[in-house]
Every structure is written in structure tokens, then in C-alpha cells.
Ligand binder design. Structure first.
Ligand code: NDP
Length: 309
């Protein structure tokens, strides 16, 4: 059976940064990329807040650079996903989706988080036929059309602005009476003539045959003046936050109620010795690329210390 000193699971900023540090520390890490190589950033247009890029950088380009940097120091980066883990004895055993198993002395979990859906049956019905959780991936299909984005955070505002550059009209469906996004993102949305913000709106269902043609909305739900109406749209984009990708590691690795992996204070150490968590899978608070990269660095340094002990 193949064995490694350090197995890294995930290929976002946390995973690749861990791979850079672990390679430079001669841990000869193996990194499995998971289903979405490059993580969430490959679905972002421009990253404007990662230090070192005064003009911003494309999310895809940044991840390609991180991968190349890790490979330069010898990281073994592989396509494939982990299907199960056995943390009952050391070295730990990890099964890959091709059926093979690897033994690892240390493991860095950097599996990130995935987009949340509202939980409507119609979201499944229209998946790939009008419903999407990634404007950058699918916006192109809605050029000159009318779309709606659900959410009031930075992601929703970013997606609404991006879609406004392609579409005829963009509705932003916000369940509260205000946006949660940062001031600058709010300003961009509110000043964009193509975007109309629908405050205090919820979505109850979607309709159309065979493709999406609209959404059943309710305004002022549960309040005086509650009003139901249909909004004609061609695309429905979810931007309501993310769920940490930690299910595979439960219950051996402790998580909080939302599924974020618990770490020991400011360290990436989990409750399992030699298993570390980095990036969004363990970060309910900041969820930024720069924070993910920093925690990937910490995880690799802790892995090295663990192996030297
Ligand atoms: P957030 O958790 O910040 O926002 C989620 C939004 O979705 C909120 O407006 C929330 O409403 C709404 N929402 C959640 N559940 C539902 C539901 N069931 N129905 C309707 N609306 C719902 O997530 P984001 O993905 O926007 O951002 C995550 C983190 O990433 C944040 O820290 C953000 O700052 C950061 N980020 C930064 C960017 C940048 O700086 N360029 C870009 C993108 C993200 P409510 O307010 O009512 O809870």
C-alpha cells in the first residue's frame, strides 16, 4: 500500500499553500484535488483583496499559480476525491475514488465549503435548466436575459454585478430589509441601473416548462401587507452562503453545529492527533482566500512539528 508523510485533501488556497510549505519542508506531500480543482476561487471573476495584486487577479489564474508553485517544490498533485477515512489507528488510512488506499502519517483537511440551496424541490427540477449557484460558471448562458440572484451578502452582490454585465436585467432577492454585504459591494449594486433589489422577499417556488420561466415570490412574509406574485426570469442564482465539506470526517473529527471543523484555538490542530484542518472547512467567521492560505501554511508547519516529535 502506498504511504506518505503528509496527505493534503483539497485544492483551494489552503490546500495549495499547505502543499507549498510541506514540500519545502521535505514532507513529499500528496495532494488530492477533489471534485472542483482549484476550489471556490475558480468560480470567482476577479480577486481584488489578495495582497500582492494591486490590479486584482483572476480567481482561476491565482489558483493555477498556486498549483504551479506547489509543483515547483515537488508536491504530488493528483486528480481524484477521497471517499472514506479511517482515523482509528496510525498511520491513518484513506480511500480514493479509484478504489486505492493510502496510508498517511499526517493529514491536512482543506476541503472548503459548498454553496447552499434554499431547499426547494424546484431547485433540483431546474438544475442545469435555469438554476445555478455559480454566476461565473453559468452567467454566459443568460446573456441579454433576465435573472435573479438570491442573497444579501458579498457573494450575492458580486454575482449580481457580474450578471449585470451580461444580462438585460438582474433582480436581487433579499429576505431582510437590508444588505449584509460590505459597504463597497452594496454601493456597486445599488448604483447599478440594471440591478433591482427586492428587499423583504422570499422565494416559494419556481415555474416554467421545459425551462425556468419565473419564480413564485412572497413579499413581507408573515407581516401585514404580505403579497404573493410571480416574477418572470430566465435564470435563478443562489448566493446564500456555504456549507463546510466536513461530512467525510465525522464523527472522528469534531465539528460545530454547522459542520465547521473545530480546531484548537488559533492552531489548525483538530481533536485527532496528526490531523489538521485549514481554510473554509474550519472557518465560519472569515472565509477569505488570504485566511485560508495562512491556515494552510500553519497546518503544514504543524504537520512537520508533529512528524519531528
Ligand atoms: P453570507 O453568509 O455573508 O451571506 C449570506 C446571505 O444569504 C445573507 O444575506 C443571508 O440573509 C442570505 N440567506 C441565507 N440563507 C437564506 C435563505 N434560506 N433564504 C434567503 N436568503 C438567505 O455569505 P456570502 O457567501 O455572501 O459571504 C461569505 C463570506 O465571504 C463573507 O465573509 C463575505 O464577506 C466573504 N466574501 C467576500 C467577497 C469579497 O470581499 N470580494 C466576495 C464574496 C464573499 P440574512 O442576511 O438575512 O442572514
Amino acid at each position: 500500500m502506498e504511504s506518505t508523510k503528509c496527505l493534503i485533501i483539497g485544492s483551494g488556497p489552503a490546500g495549495f499553500t499547505a502543499a507549498i510549505y510541506a514540500s519545502r519542508a521535505n514532507l513529499n506531500p500528496i495532494l488530492y484535488e477533489g471534485q472542483q480543482s482549484g476550489g471556490q476561487l475558480i468560480t470567482t471573476t476577479v480577486v481584488e483583496n489578495f495582497p500582492g495584486y494591486p490590479q486584482g487577479v483572476g480567481g482561476y489564474d491565482m489558483m493555477e499559480d498556486m498549483r504551479a508553485q506547489a509543483q515547483r517544490f515537488g508536491a504530488d498533485i493528483r486528480m481524484g476525491s477521497i471517499t472514506s477515512v479511517d482515523f482509528s489507528s496510525r498511520p491513518y488510512a484513506v480511500t480514493i475514488d479509484d478504489g486505492s488506499t493510502i496510508q498517511a502519517e499526517t493529514i491536512i483537511i482543506a476541503t472548503g465549503a459548498s454553496a447552499k440551496y434554499l431547499g426547494l424541490e424546484d431547485e433540483k427540477k431546474y438544475a442545469g435548466r435555469g438554476v445555478s449557484a455559480c454566476a461565473t460558471c453559468d452567467g454566459f448562458f443568460f446573456r441579454k436575459k433576465t435573472v435573479a440572484v438570491v442573497g444579501g451578502g458579498d457573494t450575492a452582490c458580486e454575482e449580481a454585478n457580474y450578471l449585470a454585465s451580461l444580462c438585460e436585467k438582474v433582480y436581487l432577492i433579499v429576505r431582510k430589509g437590508y444588505l449584509r454585504a460590505s459597504e463597497i459591494m452594496q454601493k456597486r449594486v445599488l448604483e447599478n441601473p440594471k440591478i433591482e433589489v427586492l428587499f423583504k422577499h422570499n422565494t416559494e417556488g419556481l415555474y416554467g416548462e421545459p425551462k425556468l420561466q419565473g419564480a413564485h415570490l412572497v413579499k413581507n412574509l408573515g407581516e401585514a401587507g404580505e403579497q404573493r406574485y410571480d416574477l418572470a426570469i430566465d435564470g435563478f442564482f443562489l448566493a446564500i452562503g456555504h456549507k463546510p465539506n466536513s461530512d467525510l470526517f465525522k464523527p472522528a473529527v469534531e465539528t460545530d453545529a454547522e459542520g465547521y471543523i473545530k480546531t484548537d484555538g488559533p492552531t489548525p490542530c483538530t481533536n485527532v492527533p496528526g490531523v489538521f484542518a485549514a481554510g473554509d472547512v474550519a472557518d465560519p467567521r472569515y472565509r477569505q482566500a488570504i485566511c485560508a492560505a495562512a491556515s494552510g501554511c500553519k497546518a503544514a508547519m504543524e504537520a512537520e512539528r508533529f512528524l519531528n516529535r
